[in-house]
Design a protein around this ligand. Structure first.
Ligand code: ZN
Ligand code: ZN
Length: 132
């Protein structure tokens, strides 16, 4: 099915469903948790969820938190900076930070040896203000 109003900002039905689900959860969700809550709405196959998550990540609307194997809404609109996730190991609270200078330095490291980075992940663990 082709979306007639296709442009950068237009979302498919599945993309809207997944985004709504993440908005309501207010915390990162794994693909299978998403699948469980979306099954009632007609998303039945894990592949559909994975595909939708990757599409939303390409649009810069969500990020994957690798160490949690979970997905979270981006705090901002599409940005160039590598997101820095600050994760509370007690309550699981996750906050996204953006730092232009840090990203610049980070991108400079691997290219020195001719390595072409695809993407980088920065995750900082600790205790949030409520838990410490
Ligand atoms: Zn972001
Ligand atoms: Zn906490």
């Amino acid at each position: 099915m082709k979306n007639v109003n296709e442009n950068f900002n237009s979302l498919t039905r599945n993309q809207t469903l997944v985004l709504d689900c993440l908005k309501q959860a207010r915390r990162p969700l794994g693909a299978y948790t998403l699948l469980e809550s979306l099954q009632k709405k007609g998303i039945k196959a894990p592949l559909q969820v994975y595909r939708t998550l990757n599409q939303l990540a390409d649009k810069g609307m969500i990020h994957k938190i690798e160490s949690l194997n979970a997905w979270t809404l981006c705090c901002d609109t599409k940005h160039e900076e590598t997101p820095i996730f600050v994760i509370c190991k007690d309550c699981g609270d996750v906050k996204e930070h953006l730092d232009k200078q840090f990203s610049k330095n980070l991108h400079r490291i691997p290219t020195d040896q001719g390595f072409k980075p695809d993407h980088s992940v920065v995750e900082i663990y600790g205790q949030c203000g409520n838990c410490s």
